[in-house]
Ligand binder design. Structure first.
Ligand SMILES: [Zn+2]
Length: 211
């Protein structure tokens, strides 16, 4: 008798079943083929779809969606669609900037000129130590943007900018940079996603660096 009452209490509408009983139910249904091949009615399908709308996906679910997309290629149809979208963006299509005008914004004259391949910051960025510093920052921050929590494409930000440190210590060579401990302090780095990185105060300073 006690058992029956217990059962009814468990079935109250809206109450959640315990993890254990959900597992039990799931196991008891495994291998059950009684509904195999039977399709849901259209209205039932709609109801099921609606009840899932706006529900956030679990971490596991999102990961497995990602994994299932690996190696997938665009179909010819979607490639064509992408091509047309690109074509639609025709603002500069067919326009040619004359060479005399172009050369004014080339190389060292370009507003985004960073000093060339052999500038000091570039040399530093190619060092093994620099890659190690970046990877240490990412690991410490668990590959998560420290501003908004985004996980995906991330960048390592210098809280005190690269340029400030180099100017402060008068660093002129790669050897000098290697000796400067402040440059390699991971406490001066944090993981940011691209948009949050662009929002930082010193983001622009590394874009315009003429040396
Ligand atoms: Zn962010």
């Amino acid at each position: 008798m006690g058992r029956k009452i217990q059962h009814n209490i468990n079935m109250i509408k809206g109450s959640k079943m315990s993890e254990e009983s959900r597992l039990k139910m799931s196991q008891s249904h495994m291998g059950n083929k009684s509904r195999l091949g039977i399709k849901h009615r259209e209205d039932v399908k709609l109801r099921m779809s609606n009840s899932h709308k706006g529900k956030p996906l679990s971490e596991l679910h999102r990961k497995s969606i990602g994994l299932s997309q690996i190696g997938r290629k665009h179909t010819a149809k979607s490639l064509e669609k992408m091509r047309l979208i690109k074509l639609g963006n025709s603002y500069n299509l067919g326009k040619k900037v004359p060479y005399e005008k172009r050369i004014k914004r080339m190389g060292i004259n370009h507003p985004l000129w960073k000093g060339g391949y052999n500038s000091l910051p570039d040399k530093i960025r190619r060092l093994y130590e620099y890659r190690q510093w970046r990877s240490d920052v990412f690991t410490r921050d668990d590959y998560t943007c420290q501003e908004c929590g985004f996980m995906g494409y991330i960048e390592a930000d210098h809280i005190k900018s690269f340029r400030t440190i180099i100017n402060e210590y008068n660093i002129e060579t790669v050897e000098g940079a290697l000796l400067c401990s402040e440059l390699w302090d991971i406490n001066n780095g944090r993981t940011l996603c691209s948009p949050c990185h662009k929002n930082t105060d010193n983001y622009g300073s590394k874009l315009v660096w003429k040396k």
